[in-house]
Design a protein around this ligand. Structure first.
Ligand code: ADP
Length: 219
């Protein structure tokens, strides 16, 4: 078993990447990196960078590659937050980003890429009911809310719908996923790194599938 696994989780919006990658990172004691969470935190803080990213996010567009790659590059410097093991969630999202990732981590390549497969018809419903903690980014659903009102069970933050979970933005994000992100599946398959797992089912059930695959592939 690789001691500090370096993993990427791919999957459509609403496939459960955020929830599963948080759990996976905690399981292995490595860092969970979500580019979407990073951008949302910056936007909430009102930094110039965050506000620029928010313009793209709210309309469902991708943040331009050069901005995203720059952010990842800063995280990957030796001794930086991504110097060791990690679970990447939401990056890479274009073939260009995947190539850039290979360049940035050339000394410590990826161990495994998991594609969390959930059909398009199912993710629409999941996203419509999705509610997220603004502070720690924990994901809830309107049918599975926090215990006390819309106050996060983990950190006490406010739980609400994301600004980009509108019908139009979701439609656009799913379209961009098919066009820009699906080609990455072949990119990693060709490198022998890809495993597809079924992302339909209860969270615990999907997590067990994920752990099983990791245990098999990370030997
Ligand atoms: P989702 O997977 O539901 O779209 P994320 O939180 O991963 O949610 O991303 C939200 C938004 O952040 C994206 O729609 C996009 O605008 C921006 N974003 C996140 N990661 C990237 C990336 N790697 N490349 C470009 N844009 C990104």
């Amino acid at each position: 078993m690789a001691s500090d696994p370096r993993l990427v989780l791919l999957g459509r919006q609403g496939a459960g990447k955020g929830t599963q990658s948080t759990r996976l990172a905690a399981h292995y004691g490595v860092i969970h990196v979500s580019t979407g969470d990073m951008f949302r935190t910056q936007a909430t803080q009102g930094t110039a960078f965050g506000l620029e990213a928010k313009r793209y996010m709210d309309s469902g567009d991708l943040v331009p590659d050069e901005i995203v790659v720059g952010v990842i590059e800063e995280c990957m410097v030796p001794g930086g937050p991504l110097g060791g093991g990690f679970v990447l969630d939401g990056f890479p999202r274009t073939v260009h980003q995947a190539r850039e990732l290979d360049r940035v981590i050339s000394g410590a390549p990826l161990h495994l890429v998991v594609d969390l497969d959930v059909p398009r018809e199912i993710v629409f419903d999941r996203i419509a009911g999705r509610r997220v903690c603004q502070d720690c980014h924990r994901v809830y659903h309107e049918n599975l809310p926090p215990q006390h009102g819309w106050v996060c069970d983990t950190c006490g933050g406010t739980v609400r719908q994301r600004d980009d979970d509108t019908d139009d933005a979701v439609e656009r994000r799913l379209e961009l996923y098919e066009r820009e992100t699906v080609p990455i599946v072949d990119y990693y398959r060709a490198r022998g790194l890809l495993t597809v797992i079924d992302g339909v089912g209860e969270g615990d059930e999907v997590f067990d599938r994920l752990l099983k695959v990791c245990a098999e592939q990370l030997r």
